[in-house]
Design a binder for this molecule. Sequence first.
Ligand code: SF4
Length: 174
Amino acid sequence: MYYLSRTGNLTPSMLKQYLYCPVIPWIITNYNVSEPVTDSMKISSSTQTAENKGQIKVRNKKLELTSIIDEIKQSGKQTIIIEKKTYPTKHLTRYKQQTIATALAATTKYRIRYAILEVAGKKYEIELTETEISQTKLFLEKLRKTITSEKPPPANPEPQKCRNCWYKRYCPYT
Ligand code: SF4
């Protein structure tokens, strides 16, 4: 997993976690713990590696955002960012925001108008409109406020999520 970068920058993975439950990135940064890599994560990661032409690290200094791109594709002068997920999900929004955050981190290096999110073989084309960009920047701001706070963010624990949450042993709400 790629949460906070060594430079302390935010990462799209952390934004994804924030949108699942804001308490998770708070626990990760305040207790300096992160979920061990599971078998399904290993499968996902090996699938990505096999298909990749090489992962690329990108950094947006202004946003203090660092990311690793799964794959890129050229379309004329435009670069398309591709984010791949092996398994389907009920929470597509967080993957979408992760993809846009990756694209934002990459705009310092490439011209990007589109990103592609691929979930279990299904492709979603995401246009980087002003609205999408503003929304993601807002989430990144909220994420930064959350992880730099000494107090855990307000939460409304959902039993279904908490039951399978690895972070529940550190969670102030469970
Ligand atoms: S146990 Fe529930 S509230 Fe706590 S971090 Fe996990 S999902 Fe969030």
